[in-house]
Design a protein around this ligand. Structure first.
Ligand code: GDP
Ligand code: MN
Length: 377
């Protein structure tokens, strides 16, 4: 899940990283009370705002409401601007780059920093790779002091202690949120020390089992406060591929999903989609998967194939029931449910008025018949 700059900065603040004081504006009339000088920053789930005119220094000469209105109407790299962050203007001495991410090949965290911030790090890496410092972090101990000293040297920073504070803060954010990316571009040196002038964070949806509360708070902030649709914040553990048929399909494994597509075909039906939730799910993930699959008007029946490993059937039942209660879709649902916590899940489904199957083929047949408008009993 991607976070907005203002969300990342709020998290930075809680972990001891200095950020400018700011106010979030979601409607133009809220801008009327602002006083100059401020930096107005368009909030969209993408970078490159500077180039697209999404960062404006307001000195008071222009009407702020008009300015905010213009920023709110912007679209940056295809992403709508959802709000404007009005911040105190920072007094910049130098712009640096710093981030922690996961190196794919080793699945270990790496710290990447550069004396050249405020520009795209990809172009720095291409044109002046010697200006990029990379440090491998031991996930058990975090960044060590000698590594921060090396980092400071590589970045040309003399105040190692202040940099240490930033690195400690970033590591704390990275681990506490199970992030896959925490990026500050630029991290600026000011007369008062380092300040994170921008913030980008991506959280690992697969960590929902232990960061559920954090993820749902951030998600609610995006959907309720900023009008971001569920599709846009949907957990990236869900793979959804629309197909041509009428049997809506949700599975908790890619192999099972593909097998079920074939079985549906064998029974004379056609799947309306391939929708796979990944192994670590939650009530919200299956709820989101149902929103996606049932948004397709071709769908005439819904087949959910669950084989609980890490995935808990009580949680799946909770999500399915909540979806049906909130949306009351006029579409029959056929659930094959087995594995972890199946007794509880099946009982929850029964009490809510849904029967479940333990045999895959029977469930497939019922769903194909259901899609054709028939009944299996
Ligand atoms: P991005 O283009 O989406 O990455 O937006 P940033 O928030 O990183 O801002 C882009 C650039 O605007 C920064 O690199 C700075 O040069 C400039 N900028 C942003 N905030 C301030 C500020 O408070 N004071 C000054 N002087 N410049 C700023
Ligand atoms: Mn930036």
């Amino acid at each position: 899940m991607k976070l907005f700059e203002f969300q990342a900065k709020e998290i930075f603040r809680r972990h001891g990283i200095a950020v400018p004081n700011g106010t979030l504006i979601t409607r133009r009339d809220e801008a009327a009370s602002l006083g100059p000088p401020l930096v107005l920053k368009a909030q969209a789930l993408t970078g490159g705002r500077g180039k697209a005119g999404g960062v404006v220094i307001w000195d008071g000469s222009e009407d702020v409401v008009t300015l905010v209105e213009r920023l709110l109407a912007l679209e940056i790299r295809g992403e709508k601007v959802r709000a404007v962050l009005a911040e105190e203007k920072a007094n910049i001495l130098h712009e640096y780059y710093i981030s922690i991410t996961v190196r794919g090949t080793t699945a270990t965290p790496v710290l990447v920093a550069s004396e050249e911030g405020g520009v795209e790090i990809e172009s720095v890496a291409k044109e002046t790779p010697e200006k990029i410092v990379t440090i491998e972090i031991d996930p058990l101990t975090g960044p060590k002091q000698y590594q921060v000293r090396a980092l400071a040297k590589g970045m040309g920073v003399s105040d190692t202690r202040d940099l240490q504070k930033v690195v400690d803060g970033l590591w704390s954010v990275f681990t506490a949120c199970d992030a896959t990316l925490v990026e500050v571009n630029p991290l600026v040196a000011t007369p008062e020390g380092f300040v994170a002038l921008d913030g980008k964070m991506v959280l690992d949806d697969k960590a929902a089992f232990r960061r559920g509360e954090l993820l749902s708070e951030l998600k609610a902030e995006q959907t309720k406060r900023l009008d971001v649709s569920l599709e846009e914040v949907r957990s990236d553990t869900i793979t959804y591929v629309p197909l041509d048929g009428t049997v809506g399909l949700i599975s908790d494994g890619a192999g099972t999903g593909m097998l079920t597509i074939d079985l549906i075909r064998d029974e004379g039906g056609v799947a309306a989609d391939f929708c796979e939730m990944g192994g670590f799910t939650s009530p919200q993930v299956i709820y989101d998967a149902m929103s996606m699959v049932l948004a397709d008007e071709k769908v005439r029946s819904l087949l959910v194939v669950l084989i609980g490993g890490f995935n808990r059937m009580d949680e799946m039942a909770e999500g399915i029931i909540r979806y049906y209660e909130e949306h009351k879709p006029d579409i029959p649902i056929f659930v094959r449910m087995c594995g972890t916590m199946e007794e509880v899940g099946i009982e929850m489904m029964r009490q809510a008025g849904f029967s479940t199957y333990d045999d895959l083929l029977t469930a497939v047949r019922a769903a194909v018949t259901g899609a054709a408008g028939g009944s299996d009993d």
